[in-house]
Design a protein around this ligand. Sequence first.
Ligand code: SRM
Ligand code: SF4
Length: 576
Amino acid sequence: MSTNEKNQAPPSAVEVVKDKSRHLRGTIKQSLDKNITAALNEDDTHLVKFHGIYQQDDRDCRNDRAERKLEPDYSFMMRLRVPGGVLLARQWLTLSGVAAELTESHTLRLTTRQTLQFHGIPKENLRAISQSCHRALLNSIAACGDVNRNVMCSLHPSLSSVHKAAHQIAEQISTELLPRSRAYYEIWLDQEKLAGSNTGDDTPEAEPLYGDRYLPRKFKIGVAVPPNNDIDVYSQDIGFIAIAENGELAGFNIIVGGGLGMTHSDTRTYPRLGDVIGFCRPQDAATTAWHIAALQRDYGDRSERKQARFKYTVARLGLDFVKNDIERRLGIKLEEARPMTFNERGDNLGWRQGEDGKWHLGLFILNGRIGGAGAANLQAALREAAALDCCEFLMTPNQNLMLSNVDNKDRQRLQKILQRYDIDVTGEALSGLKKNAMACVALPTCPLAMAEAERYLPRLITLLEDELQNRGLNKDDIIIRMTGCPNGCARPYLGEIGLVGKSLGRYNLYLGASFNGDRLSSLYSENLNEEDIINTLKPLFDAYTDKRQSDEKFGDFLVRCGVVKAPDTAADFHPQ
Ligand code: SRM
Ligand code: SF4
């Protein structure tokens, strides 16, 4: 089907909601004031996402409540926008206080895109939380919805001048691609309509990039600084890879069309790695991102949301068309991409010193969850650490945390606080598997979860650690990722071991991604329960122990030995 034919098909229901929303206002205010239900009007549930908010319900008690003829136990999740994941200590204190006092989960949840979420927010607390965040110079605008989401950037700004420059560009991209609608300020902060933002009638302000219907689908951008591909740059709709020359940022290789979500049994959906289309100078990066997003606005599929991600637009239009169209919009030719190499992907745990002599402490956070029954100590320790006001809090792309920019004189007192709460400050006791693990939220809050992830992966890891220990592999870095459904929120198809929920207690097993994130895994076996997973992996661990070449990574080994092949068509992700 041609581009134009696609756009002539009837728009999806969400397109209609966006179009008539007066730039994301809809009836959200009325929904918030409705006391007879804890939920929002149906159309508003789509619109609040653009404000960083999702309506959810507690799935653990959904059936029980239905039997008792009660409405689901609704609450809200709010995700902040924090480009590159950098928070000040006093912002951390605010967020920690918000989680404790205004949410029912009492937790903070670090995400796989370097920001954090509050779960379990009663409807009546949404405004108070937005206002607390606003006072701390934070907000949740465009953290979700069909717009550019939180821009990722390789940790961490103080490591080198190239990292610092890359972070500045990530922030610039984030700012320039923000929606211009004032809806957020009116609804959540009770601000008046600004003079000039509105003509006095109901005409909304201009949205130069997004127009009335915003993008066809969510849009994601990340900036990576080699040699660490911690942000999984090839999985982004647009990836920028920093190229350093003489210790300074010379520009970026540009990647387009990555994305990981798919649907079980729908072979028209598949994970895709982005393609390199050229190189741009630092001063052109934000404009380039803007024009690529505009291309997706103009050509993306607005009738079928499952085909609406930019990766499908790129696949449909072809790379030559996409590159030419970007150059036409930019009015310049992109330069040839520069050589570069990635050789690592994870987070550095323990203390590390930056170029400027400051210290940075990487802390392992189990699946990004801070607080609640499992991690109350951690929450208290981090609050005390933040009160010292001697570090920044950096959220990593792997759901961990780094306390950053610590002066030598403050190291000991910071460390003492953490140790008093039994927080591991070295990461040395962790197995290579646990250190490199990620799980998405899944049950009980995610409406799309088919199986557990965050609540189950720790148990599975413990069982697998026994197997690895027996084979002397306990310290080997092996990347394992689990999601409760095939949408890919913990980027499982880029795990050397990827487990993707099929139904309660059952997972599809994907194997063979590269350690540096430039090759996806393929489906190896489907519908496995816990015993099956362990029994399937055991012989592969045996073979790896016996036949690996020196320093060969698990995913590379499986592909070299033909256990799985590197995927090259959509069929490789689906059962045959
Ligand atoms: Fe995601 C939907 C959680 C990163 C692909 N994702 C969801 C929702 C909002 C469910 C929903 O639509 O109602 C989940 C909320 C669960 C909850 O209770 O909190 C959810 N996604 C997450 C987070 C919190 C997972 C985590 O454990 O950290 C991550 C938040 C990132 C952020 O801060 O913005 C998260 N999601 C990702 C990633 C990874 C990434 O971006 O690097 C992906 C794969 C990359 C990609 O986008 O291709 C991802 N999430 C999806 C998809 C599939 C989109 C698609 O292309 O089909 C959905 C479903 C959808 O959009 O319809 C989804
Ligand atoms: Fe929910 Fe699926 Fe994303 Fe996990 S991968 S958070 S189950 S949408």
